[in-house]
Design a protein around this ligand. Structure first.
Ligand code: SF4
Length: 287
């Protein structure tokens, strides 16, 4: 019989818990009223569906103009945050803003506004959190690097001069960030390094490595658009060759498992606990 264990450290991060909690409280207290969210509140299709059944409507930034005048309708800003220009636009259109920007992200946004010299951000280009960080210093040049190769090309083709400061998107790999900062510090003596990987995310790397090594197989559950999910599922693969990334039970193949396996179930900071439990129950019942 297959044994199944859920990673005790998996599940939503504090920022996502707060944003979803605020959305649920609003929808309970204002039944029949729409609650918009600017972008999907969490990078998980199953949780999005659950929340949309409760009345949450995800909008892209372009969609808000189609609503036209909002007449006090409420719109939620998710944990990733937004640039100041978005708040200005929403207020002009008449939205009531429910700001669920994570406190950690707010701290980084403030540090970027106060940073001197040139600003470098290690993160995914186009990721909402990165757009929100870049937008804190509109009019100033911000270089976004995604990996070591980008950092090396920046030094070669477009090297910052004098004082510069580097920040990271909160969910990037702490190991790669450290490698990049060490390399850049050797070449840019005036570089100021800000340790802005989320502590909750950084702590998970070591825990997840141990969890992946101590199970026969790993099923990592995450949405396709979760950058944290991509990083953590490849970490599992590097520690345990029998690691499989799935969005939900529909993608699980029984042939992955042997009868005597102890299977570990884990997920990204955007994967709800109920989905991990559903996947665990499905695998435990495989013959
Ligand atoms: S990963 Fe960390 S910084 Fe990002 S939203 Fe979650 S708790 Fe906040």
């Amino acid at each position: 019989m297959i044994k199944v264990e859920i990673d005790p450290n998996a599940g939503f991060c504090a920022g996502v818990i707060r944003a979803i909690g605020n959305a649920e409280s609003f929808l309970r207290a204002n039944q029949g009223k729409p609650l918009y969210s600017l972008g999907e509140i969490v990078h998980n299709e199953y949780e999005i569906k659950r929340l949309s059944n409760l009345g949450l409507v995800a909008l892209d930034f372009e969609d808000i103009y189609e609503i036209g005048s909002a007449h006090g309708e409420s719109i939620l800003i998710r944990a990733h945050g937004q640039p100041p220009s978005t708040y200005d636009t929403l207020k002009k259109l008449g939205f009531n803003i429910i700001d669920c920007t994570c406190g950690v992200v707010l701290g980084i946004q403030k540090a970027i506004r106060e940073a001197g010299g040139e600003i470098i951000i290690y993160g995914k280009r186009g990721h909402p959190e990165v757009l929100g960080l870049v937008g804190q210093v509109e009019g100033r040049r911000v270089r976004v690097i995604e990996n070591m190769a980008d950092a090396l090309s920046m030094l070669e083709d477009d090297c910052p001069e004098g004082h510069c400061e580097i920040f990271s998107q909160t969910t990037m790999s702490p190991v790669e960030y450290e490698r990049i900062c060490t390399m850049l510090s050797a070449k840019l003596p005036q570089l100021v390094v800000h340790n802005t990987i989320c502590r909750q995310v950084a702590g998970r790397y070591r825990q997840l490595e141990e969890f992946a090594r101590s199970h026969d197989a790993i099923v990592f559950v995450s949405g396709k658009s979760s950058s944290n999910g991509k990083v953590l599922s490849s970490l599992c693969k590097s520690c345990n060759i029998r690691s499989y990334q799935v969005g939900g039970i529909g993608e699980i193949q029984p042939s992955w498992f042997r009868a005597e396996d102890c299977v570990g179930i884990s997920g990204a900071t955007s994967t709800p606990r109920w989905l991990l439990e559903q996947v665990a129950g499905y695998i435990a019942n495989l013959q």
